[in-house]
Write a protein that binds this ligand. Structure first.
Ligand SMILES: NC(=O)c1ccc[n+]([C@@H]2O[C@H](COP(=O)([O-])OP(=O)(O)OC[C@H]3O[C@@H](n4cnc5c(N)ncnc54)[C@H](O)[C@@H]3O)[C@@H](O)[C@H]2O)c1
Ligand SMILES: O=C(O)C[C@H](O)C(=O)O
Length: 347
């Protein structure tokens, strides 16, 4: 991870408490060692983990906690807590990472998935509303991540909406890496790619503001072969990358998702390596770029130490980009309307 190893601890006198749901699943298996080892919050920050999964996974979850103990991580508080009761997992958490969600099954339509997850994220929002601290930071990963985060935020008014985000960093990292491969440069030399909109195949992976030491801002589209190449190859490659991994592995991305979660949490809590660096996060829209206020939308943001971010609202959007922003916004509006229709029936 960039720049976290020597970071001053956020909480020098205590452990940072991180609740993780879906902790018996495959992303968690890659994520928990990153959290426990200090790769995310620095090599001087103690870490307490509170793991949640469904009762049916109890023995797997227990096995995962045994492995965490056997890792003998110097920063990890022991014993590791695990439970199937959300209230216990979320109590006193500084950070809540929500991996647990209902997966799409063969024959299921998108609206069935929204209904199943609407119920889960409504319930978890209500629990957080009762037990979480106002300063708790929430990261939703379980799909459909943007809309699950929106549902949760509707039922969790105790946590300010700016403290609820969802993951677009995997898409951001995928784009950064693709640009590096195309330009034969180091990933660390690629700056300010952006992901806009939904974590789905309508997302807009944008290189308009990206630069490297050899390619200045404004020249990246040309360096990558021009708009037709972006449209026919680069944009669809990123939009469909999750599906590509799923088809090959027969399992969705987990190692890269865990790495992206670590990047998202590190930048959000400790700040980006440079104050000017843009990273992509799904956050509640403030109306920037004409995106409906309140919609959970991935924007390029700046992050500052202490869990703060600011949407970069001054980028100039041309007609090429505007078309993509509208497609992904429309998808998110229809997901939101469907999810709200479903959860309103549960009230
Ligand atoms: N946003 C992203 O970039 C991104 C990337 C990769 C995967 N994902 C999503 O992340 C989620 C997790 O992926 P995974 O590969 O770890 O899945 P997984 O199926 O391996 O694990 C999910 C775990 O969640 C648990 N779970 C289900 N409902 C729960 C609930 N209500 N409370 C607590 N736990 C619950 C399950 O028992 C399971 O152990 C999936 O929805 C996946 O689509 C998102
Ligand atoms: O789990 C999925 O559907 C895919 C995942 O969100 C990914 O982007 O890899």
């Amino acid at each position: 991870m960039e720049n976290s190893t020597y970071a001053a601890p956020l909480f020098p006198d205590r452990a940072i408490t991180i609740a993780v749901t879906g902790a018996a699943g495959q992303i968690a298996y890659s994520l928990l060692p990153l959290l426990a080892s200090g790769s995310v919050f620095g090599s001087r920050q103690r870490v307490a983990l509170q793991l949640l999964d469904l009762p049916v996974t109890e023995s797997v979850l227990q096995g995962v906690t045994l492995e965490l103990e056997d890792g003998a991580y110097p920063l990890l508080e022991l014993p590791v807590k695990y439970t199937s009761v959300s209230e216990e997992a979320f109590a006193n958490a500084d950070i809540v990472v929500l991996l647990g969600s209902f997966p799409r099954k063969p024959g299921m339509e998108r609206k069935d998935l929204l209904a199943k997850n609407g119920a889960i994220f409504r319930e978890q929002g209500l629990v957080l509303n009762r037990v979480a601290k106002q300063e708790t930071r929430v990261l939703v990963v379980g799909n459909p991540a943007n809309t699950n985060a929106l549902t949760l935020s509707q039922f969790c008014t105790a946590i300010p909406k700016v403290n609820i985000t969802a993951l677009a960093r995997l898409d951001h990292n995928r784009l950064r890496s693709l640009v590096a491969r195309r330009l034969s440069c180091a990933v660390s030399d690629v700056h300010d790619v952006a992901i806009w909109g939904n974590h789905s195949s309508t997302q807009y992976p944008d290189v308009s503001f990206a630069y490297t030491s050899g390619v200045p801002v404004g020249k990246m589209r040309a360096a990558l072969g021009g708009e037709s190449q972006l449209q026919s190859e680069i944009i669809p490659t990123i939009q469909k990358r999750g599906a590509e991994v799923l088809a090959l592995r027969k399992l969705s991305s987990a190692m890269s998702a865990a790495r992206a979660i670590g990047d998202h949490l590190r930048d959000w809590m400790l700040g980006t390596a440079s104050e000017n660096e843009l990273v992509s996060m799904v956050v509640a829209s403030d109306g920037s770029y004409g995106i409906e206020k309140g919609l959970m939308f991935s924007f390029p943001v700046h992050c500052y130490r202490g869990g703060r971010y600011k949407i970069e609202s001054s980028l100039s959007i041309d007609s090429f980009s505007r078309k993509y922003l509208e497609i992904t916004q429309n998808e998110l509006i229809s997901e939101r309307d469907e999810a709200m229709r479903v959860v309103s029936k549960m009230c």
